[in-house]
Design a binder for this molecule. Structure first.
Ligand SMILES: Nc1ncnc2c1ncn2[C@@H]1O[C@H](COP(=O)(O)OP(=O)(O)OP(=O)(O)O)[C@@H](O)[C@H]1O
Ligand SMILES: [Mg+2]
Length: 209
């Protein structure tokens, strides 16, 4: 069983959006997937309540309860556990990172988000858990070119002790629309650009976890 936690001390970077989409993508790849919502805001749990399908399975609990949740999940035959975490709580984030095989740190490519990422990369580096930064809500690529803002963000992020995933997610309305009735973008618009980006992200991350 593999455990991947989405962690960023800053709010609104895309932790819940990525957790939901990676969980659905892992499930579509044929795995038994548990999505764990450790955020008291309960956004992933609310998404799951709105969802028609029963998979991926979901459980809610505190970050400090994650190790116990993982023991039970291993006993229930899950292949992948994807953990959504709360912003602003280093104690809860640390508890999740500690028992994960890898951590994904989502960030927007904007300067205020990039400035804040050092707190999260330091927390994860202390624990020696493999981590990757994923750029989220980026301006979409034009033809083969990555937009300047994204290229600049990649450059700025070389200062931190975690590699940046080559796949970025763009700012796309599909990410907001799909979540309204408990779907992921691939279930909302299977041939859409957002779905293709999520698929590429899952493939890139699954290789390194
Ligand atoms: N790639 C994207 N394209 C469009 N909208 C996005 C994208 N990623 C996130 N959003 C939107 O940005 C907002 C914040 O995203 P999300 O809730 O996933 O962040 P978060 O890190 O979980 O926030 P919090 O720290 O509050 O838990 C949401 O309204 C979400 O729909
Ligand atoms: Mg969230």
């Amino acid at each position: 069983m593999k455990t991947l936690s989405l962690i960023a001390q800053k709010g609104g970077t895309g932790k819940t959006t990525l957790a939901i989409h990676l969980a659905v993508q892992a499930q579509r790849a044929g795995h038994r997937v548990l999505l764990v919502d450790t955020d008291p805001q309960g956004s992933a749990g609310a998404w799951w309540q709105r969802r028609a399908a029963a998979e991926p399975a979901l459980v809610q609990g505190q970050g400090t309860e994650l190790s116990g949740i993982l023991e039970q999940a291993a006993g229930r035959g899950f292949d992948w556990v994807i953990v959504d975490t709360a912003p602003h709580s280093s104690e809860q984030s640390r508890a999740c990172a500690e028992c994960s095989d890898a951590v994904v740190i989502p960030t927007r490519p904007a300067i205020l988000d990039l400035d804040a990422i050092g707190i999260t990369t330091a927390l994860v580096a202390d624990l020696k858990v493999p981590a990757q930064i994923v750029l989220n809500a980026c301006p979409p690529r034009t033809r083969a070119r990555e937009p300047r803002l994204v290229a600049e963000a990649r450059e700025a992020l070389t200062a931190y002790p975690a590699p940046v995933c080559p796949v970025a997610l763009s700012q796309r309305a599909a990410f907001s629309h799909a979540l309204i009735d408990g779907r992921a973008v691939v279930e909302f618009e299977a041939q859409g650009k957002a779905a293709a980006e999520v698929d590429a992200l899952w493939r890139a991350l699954a290789q390194v976890v």
